[in-house]
Design a protein around this ligand. Structure first.
Ligand code: PMP
Length: 399
């Protein structure tokens, strides 16, 4: 009898399942809007010039590949903190901020979750309704019960702010609240800054534990602007966890570049917290890999490369914004009477299009345009060649 006889087949990952189906589709004009990846106007995943230059320098240095410290490359961690808090933040000099290089944003969430489970074994985790689909699974796997708080309002295609605030206000103390700091995935709907101020107030007054997830810094309004929520919480003296992902902002998906940052209340506390976090990392993967971390660290700490990066990131952000504008215009041009202006207010790579599951099925079956069944489309997968076809296909399923 096989040891694995009783193992059941797990359900397919919905988004990766979509990719398989897309790859098998033989239609020449097929378009995959189901992905969570930025494509350039040529439909390719870009290799950023700043990354390319940092990689060449790294290869030419013939550096040995010894183990990194458990918490990763110091310059990388400092760079990640600076992106979050701003270079003039007094917190940076205070010795209260701790950052560990992590295996992507997912890895940062995972070591954060394991650490929190040890610290707050009876706390629950709440995520937005809806949220990035891995949030729930990841925190459940770490041993937490995961519930949701109100977030998206399908009727207004916007935020259910009153519902969100009421839900947060009714949580028991020390509930762990996962918040998308900018460019909410999957909806593209973010609270305004004034709404964030109210959210921060509730988090502070109710003694909740915020875990900010920032996977799209630079894709909303800009690198500094998109960190406003992190800086707001920091100013309110809230102790918290933050997971950063550089997968999209550096177009380094496969290198697993991310970071976990904890804002503690003193330098002495930071030391104790770091010692425990290092145990979590040591028993998960021991220490992070060198290549992606070295590249990101080089870009963040070399002024010319940093400038190059901010320009390349701005170009990605502006291209996406331009695709939003064009899509809304082209839908109108193809005779769509519903108002799609909400797409212009949405932030980041995604848009909750409002298409129903049925319409998403028809888009795929009749037109070869793939979207997530929730109606989420990746605006960053549109380009000058496919946008007209996509707008026409959407118009047809809406007619
Ligand atoms: N959080 C959110 C909200 C995301 O959308 C993603 C990536 N899709 C991640 C975390 C994970 O990022 P990474 O690929 O760096 O693990």
């Amino acid at each position: 009898k096989s040891l694995f006889e009783s193992v059941e087949l797990a359900p397919r990952d919905p988004i990766l399942g979509l990719v398989e189906q897309y790859n098998a589709d033989t239609r020449a004009n097929k378009v995959n809007l189901g992905v969570g990846v930025y494509y350039d106007n040529e439909g390719r995943i870009p290799l950023l010039e700043c990354v390319s230059q940092a990689e060449i320098a790294h290869i030419e240095a013939h550096a040995a590949r010894g183990y990194l410290p458990i918490e990763g490359i110091p310059g990388y961690n400092k760079g990640a903190q600076t992106l979050l808090l701003g270079k003039d933040s007094p917190l940076l000099a205070s010795g209260r901020v701790l950052t560990a290089q992590a295996l992507g944003g997912t890895g940062a969430l995972k070591i954060g979750a394991d650490f929190l489970k040890q610290l707050l074994p009876t706390s629950k985790v709440v995520i937005s309704d809806p949220s990035w689909e891995n949030h729930r699974a990841l925190f459940e796997r770490a041993g937490f019960t995961v519930e949701t708080y109100s977030y998206y309002d399908a009727a207004t295609r916007g935020l259910n702010f009153d519902g969100m605030l009421a839900a947060l206000g009714s949580l028991p103390e020390q509930t762990i609240v996962i918040l998308h700091a900018c460019c909410h995935n999957p909806t593209g709907v973010d609270p305004t800054f004034e709404q964030w101020e109210k959210i921060a107030e509730v988090v502070k007054n109710k003694n909740l534990v915020p875990f900010l997830d920032i996977a799209y810094q630079g894709f909303g309004d800009g690198i500094e602007e998109d960190a406003a929520v992190v800086r707001l919480f920091a100013q309110q003296d809230i102790t918290m966890l933050i997971s950063s992902s550089f997968s999209k902002s550096f177009s380094l998906y496969g290198e697993r570049v991310g970071a976990l940052t904890l804002i503690t209340s003193s330098n002495e506390e930071r030391g104790r917290v770091l010692s425990q976090l290092k145990r979590v990392i040591r028993t998960n993967y021991s220490n992070p890999p060198t290549h992606g971390g070295t590249v990101v660290s080089t870009v963040l700490n070399t002024p010319e490369l940093y400038t190059l990066w901010t320009n390349e990131l701005a170009a990605m952000r502006e291209r996406i914004r331009n695709m939003r504008v064009q899509l809304v215009e082209k839908l109108k041009a193809h005779g769509v009477t519903q108002n799609f202006d909400f797409m212009l207010a949405q932030r980041g790579m995604f848009s909750y299009s409002g298409l129903t599951k049925d319409q998403v099925d028809r888009l795929r079956d009749e037109h070869g345009v793939y979207a997530v069944s929730s109606g989420r489309i990746c605006v960053a997968a549109l380009n000058d060649r496919n946008i007209d076809y996509v707008a026409e296909a959407i118009a047809k399923v809406l007619a």
